[in-house]
Design a binder for this molecule. Structure first.
Ligand code: XMP
Length: 318
């Protein structure tokens, strides 16, 4: 039977009300489709019992905090912004193993939610976990591909009870629900962004300098692909972004030898993120992305385009 977003909204709102009862809940808005839809459903279900928090973990897209705050304000959503940039960067210092990074990020998020929940008196955490998150985190006896931060990254003894209204949905269904809830298209059509943020796009150890490089490289990649889509040169990929490799390579700047970072540009077609094919991007668009990245980010000397499908790759680098 075809997915019916209106029916889902009615049933999910009722299910949230029933689950939370007379207690209070906290929910986190990351700016992505899943969390926006989960928070909007929650706000509809239990308006007087909810606190909506946005955690700036220093691993968000360029200007994201400003953008999310403005969008929430325009939607009439009362948002509490928590500046936790230093806390996350400190916790990630010296850590380069991907699963360890994911666990640290997941744990820091949950600790912050617990602190916020305590101040608000909430006993529940409402999360926008969707089906691929828990399937890939080793759900139903499957192998763990990655611990998605809102699943495998959760500390075992979390003090908050969980409510995950989107747990059975796939991304395209979440977008339909977002549209049904009346969210702006710029939100429900937004490309997915991983829970651990740019932490999984800085390969290896995360530093402030490297996050800033990835923010700029992602911004250039997104804006050039958006422009190409608008000009009718290509279809919008499922996801398009940049990541940073930990090793440097040799190049030339002017007449001098340069030893600089390598950025990977990635764009994929996919329906639900479970499998994906790399996108065929017009050569001139790739060239513009590469030229802009090396011109505008002076510490990057090489740009490569990722031509790996999933499987055997994954969409993100870690
Ligand atoms: P991978 O890299 O596993 O990603 O092929 C599949 C899709 O999931 C996103 N992703 C995440 N989303 N928490 C999330 O909510 C996470 O920890 C996480 N890791 C990856 C990724 O961006 C892609 O859309």
């Amino acid at each position: 039977m075809a997915f019916n977003p209106e029916k889902f909204i009615t049933e999910a709102t009722e299910a949230i009300r029933k689950k939370i009862g007379k207690e209070k809940a906290i929910t986190a808005l990351s700016g992505g489709v899943d969390s926006f839809v989960a928070a909007t459903l929650a706000a509809k279900a239990i308006p007087g019992q909810l606190r909506i928090v946005y955690v700036d973990n220093g691993l968000m897209r360029k200007d994201e905090t400003k953008r999310v705050s403005e969008t929430a304000r325009a939607l009439g959503v009362d948002l509490k912004v928590v500046d936790a940039r230093k806390r996350f960067l400190d916790a990630l210092k010296g850590v380069s193993e991907p699963e360890a990074k994911r666990k640290i990020i997941g744990e820091a998020f949950v600790r912050i939610f617990e602190e916020e929940a305590k101040g608000h008196g909430s006993t529940f955490l409402i999360q926008g976990t969707i089906a691929p998150d828990w399937i890939e985190s080793g759900g139903m006896g499957r192998d763990t591909i990655k611990s998605h931060h809102n699943v495998g990254g959760l500390p075992e003894k979390m003090r908050l009870k969980l409510c995950e209204p989107l747990r059975e949905l796939y991304k395209h269904e979440v977008r339909m629900v977002g549209k049904g809830l009346g969210l702006p298209e710029a939100i429900y059509q937004r490309q997915p962004f991983p829970g651990p943020g740019l932490g999984v796009r800085v390969v290896g150890e995360v530093t402030e300098e490297k996050v800033a490089i990835v923010q700029d490289a992602c911004d250039i990649t997104e804006s050039e692909i958006d422009a190409a889509v608008k000009a009718g040169k290509m279809e919008r990929p499922w996801q398009y972004f940049a990541a940073l490799l930990p090793s440097k390579t040799v190049g030339v700047r002017g007449d001098e030898r340069a030893y600089q970072y390598t950025v990977i540009v990635r764009a994929v077609r996919s329906l639900d993120g479970m499998t994906a094919n790399f996108s065929h991007i017009p050569q001139d668009v790739l060239e513009k992305i590469s030229t802009r990245i090396t011109n505008e980010i002076r510490t990057v000397g090489r740009v490569v385009y990722d031509i790996t499908n999933k499987p055997p790759g994954t969409i993100e680098m870690e």
